[in-house]
Design a protein around this ligand. Sequence first.
Ligand code: SDX
Length: 392
Amino acid sequence: ETGYISFDPGFANTGSCKSTITYMDGEKGILRYRGIPIEELAEHSSFVETSYLLINGELPTREQLNRTSVQLNDHSLVHEDMQNFYQNFPRASHPMGILSAMVNALRSFYPELLYTDEGFEETFLRLLSKVRTMASMAHKISRGHKVEYPRPDYTYCANFLHMMFNTPVKPYIARKELVKALNVFWILHADHEQNCSTSVVRSVGSARTNIYASLSAGVSALWGALHGGANQAVIQMLTDIHEQGVSVQDVVRRAKDKNDPFRLMGFGHRVYKTYDPRARILKKYVDEVLNRLKLQDPLLDIALELEEVALSDSYFVDYNLYPNVDFYSGILLKAMQIPTNMFTVMFAIGRLPGWIAQWQENLIDPEQRLTRPRQIYIGSNTRPYIPIDERQ
Ligand code: SDX
């Protein structure tokens, strides 16, 4: 009579799944979308093309890519009534909280969710395009600025930068280096197998919840500092080092101290026990973009020193703690002038095609059932009800 139930890991559908979307090898640091290495996609592809690959399973033909771009443009506006939602959020609201609420609200404005093929494509393109517009609206309205509308002659990434930074008095022209950097940033964030937020999207979707509510739940999960919120936490950590003159050695010492809750943000990973392949690409890219734009960022020098000191320390080597996708990504976002509180929103936009592809895969997989993890019960044994006057 131990109070334990027999725990058979295979007993319930715990959300583990078979998938054809993304392959990761945590020991070798390999990441492939539909079999294509991310190194090749980062070099040759665009975020729209990679989104098409993730959702449809194949790279698009030129005709398919052109049609997708036209449809993304057609769906780039947000219902004017949605702007009222933004006006009523307190100014200091975090953009991730706004994004989660607004993605959920899309269901009210676009109730048709056709489960036929063309319906899916329409809904996915609407989400990919409108979420990007909604993110830029959150930024503009939080500053009391006029919302900037998308332009039909701009590509997906150039349009985002336009909507974020263009103003009636100071036109913004996105440098091609920054448009390419944004494509690479979003390609590298596009999917990552069954991470926390993707598992949430699949789990909520397994209840046959609509995709808007499922993605809204994914945005909320990504917000956490140990997950997508880490990119904002890394920049805060590097800024503190820079502004407070804390030595990198002290930071590494604190991260190792088990009595100190501080962790080295942007280091370590649930799956990668070697260098995160995305971090390797971002590290190279940041350097290139800063040099091309003739930008200096002391945080990059601090990050490079922090990585060198940490990776020469047995604690990090023995625990297989290496830079992850968040360690250098914030420095690239800073170069694009993205405000720090929008960093995790940038991660969420990038992860959209992966969430969509995984939600769809879960829905159409006949073997996938309602996610229902079980537990190991360690509570009280059976005991009687005690009337309130007899309780101690
Ligand atoms: C993302 O899953 C995904 O795919 C996520 C993601 C995606 O694309 O979706 O890749 C995005 O979330 C990347 C991770 C971003 N988070 C951070 O950078 C926050 C800092 N990192 C950690 O909090 C941590 O590394 C986690 C949360 C990422 C992983 O935590 P685990 O699973 O506990 O790490 P582990 O088992 O490898 O830890 C081994 C030891 C532990 O010590 P003990 O408790 O056994 O004594 O290393 C310690 C950990 O405490 N440790 C760290 C550390 N990370 C782990 N110590 C100091 N600094 C760190 N960063």
